[in-house]
Design a protein around this ligand. Structure first.
Ligand code: FAD
Ligand code: FES
Length: 344
């Protein structure tokens, strides 16, 4: 049985890609090296919205939560969920800033696995000697699994230190991939990766920064912070790292060392399930509420946030009301979707 393929033209650039029947348009675009805007890839965040100028699409089930009925009425679709039912013409933005890096599919070996917390593994990947992976701080890669399945992880190392690619992987109970890293898979194992992907990237400038991590959302911010600090860029930064318990702030000592060495960096660890804060930089509560308590007026800031969808949603819902300009809020939502929805 052959699978039907459709032609999808992306305007205003006029790039044409082939999309298999049942394949999300975004997946095919990324595989073709087109870095279209997106974040969660699960129909929640709305980042991949595009205008459907011609043709027909379907969603796996009902209208995804990231698009309103009015937006659908106006001809918008979500590319991470839309599957073509005919040839399509779309209007979508291509991200010029990340268009200069090539998305590659590469084999790599696990060079080292180091537990950072009971449920977080630091993974170092080694590329083949002849290969390099150029990326922007904040981007992520996909680990390619059997059956066309893929899993996304942010790159925690900065571009200037690219000998080994660092990831921080949180164990998902019952998870098809992450569980293996805590048991079956050992150093030396071979993985297939695709990357770099995404437009959650650091922008040069001198506006004060608020960086907000939830759990392993620290990974892309670590890449950005090392990129800034190790090149001695002068910029005011306040890093907030939200987690449940103290041990979830798994690189606290490293960040405290940075704070000691770089006077323009401030740090608050915000614990949601701890009864006592302990050290002075530790606070109790929800990370987004702590940021708002410290900075009731956000007009002069840029905000970078990465982590669980609930945290990103809370930031997107509340920060603009405190004066944050929408074009100064950059986020990566660590969403996930059942495999059935990813590949159907
Ligand atoms: C752009 C992006 C960047 C990401 N970066 C990171 C990162 O740097 N570090 C990191 O640890 N994670 C990151 N994630 C999340 C990560 O991709 C998932 O946790 C991972 O795919 C889970 O794979 P798995 O095969 O172990 O679980 P699966 O087999 O896919 O899932 C098993 C079950 O757990 C549920 N599930 C899956 N993921 C999660 C989750 N995160 N939380 C709660 N339940 C879940 C599934 O719905 C399913 O029921 C990122 C996600 C995105 C979209
Ligand atoms: S809704 Fe498509 S990437 Fe988030």
């Amino acid at each position: 049985m052959t699978t039907e393929e459709y032609t999808v033209r992306i305007e205003p650039h006029g790039r044409t890609i082939r999309v298999r029947e049942g394949q999300p348009v975004l997946e095919a675009a990324l595989a073709a090296g087109l870095n279209l805007p997106h974040s969660c890839k699960s129909g929640h965040c709305g980042s991949c919205r595009a205008r459907l100028r011609a043709g027909e699409i379907r969603y796996p089930s009902v209208r995804p939560p990231g698009i309103t009925a009015a937006e659908v009425q106006a001809g918008n679709i979500l590319l991470c969920q839309a599957r073509p039912l005919s040839d399509l013409v779309l209007e979508a933005r291509l991200i010029a800033r990340v268009a200069d890096v090539e998305i590659k599919t590469l084999p790599c070996r696990i060079a080292r696995l180091t537990p950072l917390a009971p449920d977080v593994m630091q993974v170092f990947l080694r590329l083949p000697a002849v290969e390099t992976l150029r990326f922007h701080p904040g981007q992520y890669l996909d680990v390619l699994l059997e059956g066309g399945r893929r899993r996304s992880f942010s790159i925690a190392s900065p571009p200037h230190d690219s000998e080994l690619i660092e990831l921080h992987v949180r164990r998902v109970p019952g998870g098809g991939f992450t569980e293996r890293l805590f048991g079956a898979v050992e150093s030396g194992a071979l993985l297939q990766i695709e990357g770099p992907i995404g437009q959650f990237t650091y922008r040069e400038g001198d506006t004060p920064l608020l960086m907000i991590a939830g759990g392993t959302g620290f990974a892309p911010l670590k890449s950005m912070l090392r990129h800034i600090l190790e090149r001695n860029v002068e910029r005011d930064i306040h890093l907030y790292w939200g987690a449940r318990q103290p041990h979830d702030i798994y690189e606290e000592a490293l960040v405290l060392d940075w704070v000691h060495r770089y006077p323009r960096l401030r740090f608050s660890a915000v614990l949601s399930e701890s009864t006592s804060a302990g050290a002075g930089h530790r606070r109790l509560g929800w990370v987004h509420e702590t940021v708002l308590a410290d900075h009731p007026d956000l007009e002069t800031f840029e905000v970078y946030a990465a982590g669980p969808p609930a945290m990103i949603e809370a930031i997107r819902a509340t920060f603009p009301d405190r004066g944050l300009r929408s074009e100064r809020l950059y986020f990566d939502s660590f969403d996930y979707a059942p495999d059935s929805a990813r590949s159907k």
